[in-house]
Design a protein around this ligand. Structure first.
Ligand SMILES: *Cc1c(COP(=O)(O)O)cnc(C)c1O
Length: 425
């Protein structure tokens, strides 16, 4: 097919329909159109995915891959999860999108179900993870001014180095990753960045104007960084002692990714406020939420916040089906068992070039040292039918859908070992 970035193809899309067009497009066509007409804010692996099923993906040439990225934990249920798809099918005969200008029973049940699942009181539905974090920031600030009594515009939020909370201008403003921020200032004030895992730095950073501590219990994008034992519980104690809200970002590490429902549950570290997203959408739709205690959440009054698609009937049934499936299919037990198997395998690999394996459940990072040719390893993995990307340069993530079978997981690990062997000689 002739690729054009100018005229002609839109007419074909209209007349032939998307499905017919998709079937006629080659790998080269897809890359060329993406490059010509899409902004270049991603650098995809050289693979054009055509189909998925569970933990497997197939490209347009029919080659099979094990998906070890899992859309950054958004497809924990696997590709085309049957129970989630059924929930969508059933809802498509009813109503899909109303906005929050009306009540719907689907949204009502979503709000109740998510609150109970999260063991908190109230829910503000959004779409993307970044929106859920922005919602938490607004809630924490309004709580600081109207409940805690912080003077106007003085509220501070403490965050951690190597955080990742999304890509809005406010959020990248408190990132410690230069590449996320460069050329995007000026940034929103009111954030203090302290080292992750350092409880003394936290104590020193708190002032009477501190509204909240915002952090990930495990920093996923930061390189699968796990804080010292006891840190999460200590953060909870320090927040309580200082009348500061604790807000955990569970968007990636939550919803059984680490074997527990939420990763703060590995310790006594229950938050006042929490952001969830990614797997909440069952791999089908963007669904996120800020969830919290009544004391915090009830600061929002009509008009304070909103989102046109946030809290729609279709997204609500998808999320409820996604959460139900996690408990019905006992994700916690599976993930703990599979995660232990994976860790055993990775620690037994004979390569001195593996600097560290950091993992909890199926949130796994394998850091390779400077001698490893990272682009060559990524290419080897792809050639061997394992899809993943590294984060922070040298940490390969193995974060497959949580429904991956034991056989598929072992096969993925063997492919990883084989690829590494090929690169390090
Ligand atoms: C992915 C992610 C986000 C942002 O979610 P988006 O849906 O991409 O906006 C926020 N926090 C964490 C920990 C994430 O992994």
């Amino acid at each position: 097919m002739a690729v054009c970035s100018g005229t002609g193809m839109w007419q074909d899309i209209k007349e032939k329909g998307v499905l017919a067009m998709v079937q006629g497009l080659s790998y080269e066509d897809s890359v060329a159109l993406t490059q010509a007409n899409g902004t270049h804010n991603y650098k995809p692996l050289p693979v054009n995915v055509a189909r998925g099923d569970g933990a497997l993906l197939w490209d347009t040439d029919g080659k099979e891959y094990i998906d070890c990225l899992g859309a950054y934990s958004a497809v924990s249920h696997g590709h085309l999860a049957p129970t989630v798809i059924k929930a969508v099918r059933d809802q498509l005969d009813r109503v899909t999108m109303t906005s929050r200008a009306y009540y719907t029973s689907e949204v009502a049940l979503f709000l109740h179900g998510v609150a109970e699942f999260c063991e908190l009181d109230m829910v503000c539905p959004m779409n993307s993870g970044a929106e859920a974090i922005e919602t938490c920031i607004k809630l924490a600030r309004k709580w600081a001014y109207t409940v805690k009594g912080v003077p106007a515009d003085q509220a501070e939020i403490i965050v951690f180095e190597d955080n990742f909370h999304g890509r809005t201008t406010t959020i990248v403003g408190f990132s410690s990753e230069e590449g996320y921020k460069r050329h995007f200032g000026p940034f929103t004030p009111g954030f203090k960045v302290i080292p992750f895992g350092d409880i003394d730095a936290l104590k020193a950073a708190i002032t009477p104007n501190t509204a909240a501590v915002l952090g990930e219990p495990i920093q996923a994008e930061g390189g699968i960084l796990i804080p010292p034992d006891g840190f999460l519980a200590e953060v909870r104690r320090v927040c309580t002692a200082n009348n500061v809200l604790l807000c955990w970002d569970e968007i990636q590490c939550g919803l059984y990714r680490t074997g527990k429902k939420f990763s703060w549950m590995h310790e006594e570290a229950k938050p006042d406020l929490m952001a969830i997203g990614k797997a909440l959408g069952g791999g089908l739709l963007p669904v996120s939420a800020a969830v919290g205690t009544k004391e915090v959440m009830e600061v929002f009054q009509p008009g304070d916040h909103g989102s046109t698609f946030g809290g729609n009937p279709l997204g609500s049934v998808v999320a409820l089906a996604a959460l139900a499936e996690m408990e019905t299919a006992n994700y916690g037990e599976r993930v703990t068992r599979l995660g232990a198997m994976a860790l055993d395998f990775l620690l037994a690999m004979p390569f001195k070039q593996v600097k560290e394996v950091r993992s909890r459940g199926l949130l796994i990072g394998v850091e390779v040292d400077e001698t490893v040719d990272v682009p060559a390893l990524t290419a080897q993995l792809l050639a061997n039918g394992l899809l993943t990307k590294q984060t922070r340069q040298r940490t390969y993530r193995l974060t497959p859908p949580l429904v991956i079978t034991e056989d598929q997981l072992m096969e993925a690990l063997r492919r990883f070992e084989k690829s590494l062997a090929a690169v390090v000689g």
